[in-house]
Design a protein around this ligand. Sequence first.
Ligand code: CA
Length: 243
Amino acid sequence: MRKLPRVLVVEDEPSIAELIAVNLRHNGFAPTVVFDGAAAQREIDAVLPDVILLDWMLPGESGAVLARQWRKHERTRTVPILMLTARSDESDKVQGLDAGADDYITKPFSTQELLARIRAVLRRRAPEIVNDSVQIGELTLDAATYRVSFRGKELKVGPTEFKLLHYLMKHAERVHTRGTLLDKIWGDHVFIEERTVDVHVKRLRESLGEAAGMVETVRGAGYRLTALNQAGKSATPDVTPSA
Ligand code: CA
């Protein structure tokens, strides 16, 4: 369901690389391991990672050189880089950060420390990846624990309705056509009729109970999620003239 954060591990020491990859996999990340800068670049060109773990001492270009390159390029400019270094020298840390690394971690490190640092750089750079809880008014959805609650009470929401609600909440106050929702929730490779969306919206409203009014039908356009006003009605009129 939830997209796992992709971690590109650039580490030439196979035992360390493997240990990192195993730990990442066990903790909800999707790691890819490469052994040098050239392979890392090929991987980045194919799939942009959410975070890069970059060893300092690599065959070929060093971690610092690679970090500097990636910071310069449009595609990789905002990807968080966590530098792995065996040196604890102050000047090396400064060099790593100067090269554009977001943080560094000194070998040997504990798994817990590594995970904490990764989460921290992700939180700074891409909070939507780590903190997947959304709140609109009194409606809260937590993708990590798979919970939806309204006014503190937990609601039962089916898997498709959950995805639909998650998307609508993350893009609240905007109108989404049925086509867009199909694309985003079901994926564009799946052939499903647009009225399927209506069926799931109906189920979603049933699950939401008192919060049902937050999911608005915008006539001739699609659906929108909006905060409820004081009276418990949706803040915008639910009938919009069709185009
Ligand atoms: Ca190394």
